[in-house]
Design a protein. Structure first.
Length: 532
């Protein structure tokens, strides 16, 4: 394999990583696919895709994620949400991992986290698996050759799926470990081949670094009107709520599908690609994403396929519900060339309500937006985390608690300042259940969700009649062209209205109980918007 240009003063040896086998720096897609196939990591699929299984780990392992507790971060980390690891345990873990790496070949990608040159993070990703290098090359942003010649990483990620941690020796929970050391600018990942750990580690880094610069990091997708980057929208939401699907609107330009920053200049994508769920994916409902599953270089993860024809089965979840495809943004025809947008005109918070209580869309005041942002109510969908086998209602603050190293109020205050400064309109969109809870009702029709979002983004939804929701106090449209009126009033979709009222009362109580933790940390207007 030929070696592209790399900074001669920035090899692994210069970082104290010695004794390994061959090291391949910044290989491009064909070379990485060749290497992965030669090493038996997967197989070539239709159109030049790469088909791979991640083994036992088909989702993230949040219970195995740790932050090293050092004096420099002691007072800024949200320790109730981030498991601590001692400096001594991390040093032992690192030494043992380096010893484990000796004699083995490794693949290195030098990449950027962030499309804004003034705010991006230079990251080196060292992987044991060639296909992990292909994955992260898609998901982060690729420097030009001239930039590689002078590239110096600010943070380094080392990913060794064959390394098994020792809880007694390394201060972790199991043989699987994701350990982040802000002082040493190093992340270690062991005993999991799930590629999503690589990208979410970078997201966690940016979630810590950017707030200190006045930039709001967001677990959201984003798009803008065609030809008008200043007419942008952001879509907050956990995996499975529709961030990727709803932002990939052919009538708008895609900025990105998962992670963004909001600075004083506008919004920018952290990533250079997309990591889309493929369960029940169809050419009719999501043609752009579906098409990537037969394009060269796309990583197809944990999907069942015909051994002879290599045809993918989008409906077979026997491996996992969390089957995915990873591809560069340029595979989407309407993707932004810059991955930049202006100040958002619309802020959409996506929730997957497994209780079947929330309406398909509601308009929020800025204070209500802060309330729902800090609440982060949704349902974890099957497969996205180890152990999740059915929709599980949860409150994931800021719609991304697993990736938030700082306290929620830090992000909430930043978002509040951005919304107040721009006058963005805020919406809560339920992509979960209607007509009953999970097991009784049905998923919200995507056609209706798209129609409501289109009306919100083009401004026409602001012109219709609204009613005040008796449970949550936000405004709900009474009638919207192209959407059944009954769908806009969840109580009418239930066969038993009394059962709906009981379910709504239960959910209101859950909101109130959860929000009690923020009562003394928020402004009066947000407190007034809270449900009591």
């Amino acid at each position: 394999m030929s070696e592209p240009r790399v900074n001669p003063n920035c090899r692994l040896e210069d970082q104290g990583i010695s004794g390994v086998g061959n090291v391949y720096y910044n290989l491009i897609e064909p070379a990485l696919i060749d290497a992965a196939i030669a090493r038996g990591e997967g197989k070539l699929g239709q159109g030049g895709t790469f088909l791979v299984s991640t083994g036992a780990h088909t989702g993230r392992s949040p219970k195995d994620k740790f932050v090293v507790r050092t004096p420099s971060v002691e007072d800024s980390i949200w320790w109730e949400n981030n498991k601590p690891m001692s400096e001594e345990a991390f040093d032992t873990l690192y030494a043992d991992m380096l010893e484990h790496m000796k004699g083995k070949d490794y693949f290195v990608q030098d990449l950027f986290g962030g499309a804004d040159p003034a705010l991006r993070l230079d990251v080196r990703v060292v992987t044991e698996l060639a296909w992990h290098n292909l994955f992260i090359r898609h998901l982060l942003r690729r420097p030009e050759a001239a930039e590689l010649a002078t590239f110096l990483p600010e943070f380094t990620i080392i990913n060794c799926p064959s390394f098994k941690a020792d809880p007694a020796r390394h201060g972790c929970r199991s043989e699987t470990v994701i350990a982040l050391n802000f002082d040493k600018k190093l992340i270690l990942i062991g005993n999991t081949a799930y590629a999503g750990e690589n990208k979410k580690s970078v997201f966690t880094l940016l979630n810590y670094i950017l707030p200190a610069k006045g930039v709001m990091p967001m677990h959201c997708s984003a798009n803008h009107a065609i030809g008008n980057p200043d007419d942008s929208a952001i879509f907050f939401g956990l995996s499975g709520t529709g961030k990727t699907t709803l932002s990939a609107d052919p009538s708008r330009t895609l900025i990105g599908d998962d992670e963004h920053g909001w600075s004083d200049h506008g919004i920018f994508n952290f990533e250079g690609g997309c990591y889309a769920k493929t369960i029940n994916l169809s050419a009719e409902a999501e043609p752009e994403i579906y098409a990537t599953c037969s394009k060269f270089g796309t990583v197809i993860e944990n999907m069942v396929f015909d051994e002879d024809t290599l045809e993918l089965d989008f409906n077979d979840n026997s491996i996992t519900d969390n089957m995915r495809c990873a591809y560069p943004l340029e595979q989407i025809s309407n993707a932004s060339e810059t991955s930049l947008g202006g100040m958002p005109k619309n802020v959409i918070m996506l929730t997957c309500d497994a209780y079947g209580v929330l309406p398909p869309i509601a308009r929020l005041t800025p204070a209500q937006a802060m309330y729902h942002f800090l609440s982060g109510f949704t349902s974890k969908t099957p497969g996205t985390e180890v152990g999740i086998v059915e929709p599980t209602p949860t409150f994931s603050t800021c719609f991304g608690a697993p990736f938030m190293p700082r306290r929620p109020e830090v992000y909430g205050k930043l978002l509040q300042e951005k919304i107040n400064a721009t006058g963005a309109t805020c919406w809560l969109v339920n992509t979960g259940w209607t007509g009953g809870a999970f097991g009784t009702g049905k998923r919200m029709p995507i056609k209706a969700t798209r129609a409501l979002l289109t009306a919100a983004l083009d401004g026409s939804l602001n012109e219709v009649e609204f009613r005040k929701d008796p449970n949550f106090g936000f405004e709900v449209p009474v009638s919207v062209p192209g959407v059944e009126d009954k769908l806009l009033d969840p109580r009418q979709t239930w066969v038993d209205a009394d059962a709906y009222d009981a379910q709504a009362k239960k959910l209101v109580g859950m909101f109130s109980d959860n929000f009690a933790q923020y009562a003394d940390k928020i402004d009066d207007d947000v407190r007034a918007a809270a449900i009591g």
